[in-house]
Design a protein around this ligand. Structure first.
Ligand code: SF4
Ligand code: SF4
Length: 245
């Protein structure tokens, strides 16, 4: 579990050191794209993002989307607890028109989806088979087969203004540049092991909920997996709703 850092001091540090401008420069080095907007990728789940990207997103939510705070807090709490046991969970920032509500601050993972050739695009083994085995043996929690056996398909609908796919190594190089911004907040070793790469909902829950509530994730998952109910979850959603950005 990623240890929460004091959010406002992290935001201040990022501002003082122009990290948000650096992040934007990295984003801007990607090609401009259009796509069919089917939202298959967003329905698949909330992808991982670096901590600096989360700070960027947090600032955007705080300053621009006050009327949406409650909705995002509710949906993100539910996603954080149930993403592995409820196949209906989708990215909490996908709106009812199948559009991204946080498009200007969507993470690198979303921006770069569709930029690799089919050969280079490997979702690979997400480790879910192993995770499912562990959850079953340790907690009696069944990870939905639908999730264990699914992979996000390669998308051929993304049109780049450069007219070609990006070599995998170049994309990885840009991700490393973002990771380096996280070194300021966490030990380098943790960042290099992808320890600061979490979905936006997981980052948000680190800020919003205490360690005790997050540690009860297993109980919430088990209640949903055994009975399909969300009683314990509803108490955490109530708590999260009261958070002020
Ligand atoms: S990137 Fe592809 S899967 Fe995602 S919304 Fe666009 S067309 Fe759909
Ligand atoms: S952050 Fe936006 S673009 Fe990325 S998965 Fe969520 S809704 Fe889709």
């Amino acid at each position: 579990m990623l240890q929460p850092v004091e959010l406002y001091s992290a935001l201040g540090k990022a501002d003082q050191n122009n990290f948000f401008q650096e992040l934007q420069k990295i984003y801007d080095s990607l090609p401009q794209t259009t796509c069919a907007g089917c939202a298959t990728c967003c329905n698949w789940g909330s992808p991982p993002a670096f901590f600096i990207e989360y700070l960027n997103m947090y600032k955007y939510l705080r300053d621009n989307l006050k009327d949406k705070w409650t909705e995002f807090l509710e949906k993100s709490t539910e996603y954080y607890y149930l993403e592995l046991v409820d196949p209906k969970q989708k990215c909490p920032f996908l709106n009812s028109d199948n559009k991204c509500s946080i498009y200007p601050v969507r993470p690198f993972t979303c921006r770069s989806f569709g930029l690799l050739s089919k050969e280079d695009f490997e979702t690979g083994d997400r480790g879910l088979q192993q995770l499912a085995k562990k959850y079953w043996e340790d907690y009696g929690i069944k990870i939905a087969d639908e999730l264990v056996n699914s992979e996000l398909p390669w998308c051929d609908k993304v049109v780049s203004d450069r007219g070609s796919y990006i070599p995998k190594v170049d994309l990885a190089g840009l991700a490393v540049q973002i990771a380096k911004l996280d070194y300021t907040f966490f030990p380098q070793e943790l960042v290099d092991q992808e320890g600061t790469l979490l979905s936006y909902p997981a980052h948000l829950m680190n800020t919003v909920l205490g360690t005790g509530a997050r540690a009860r994730k297993i109980k919430v998952m088990k209640e949903f997996s055994d009975f399909g109910t969300k009683n314990l979850l509803s108490t955490f959603i109530e708590k999260a709703r009261t958070f002020q950005f």
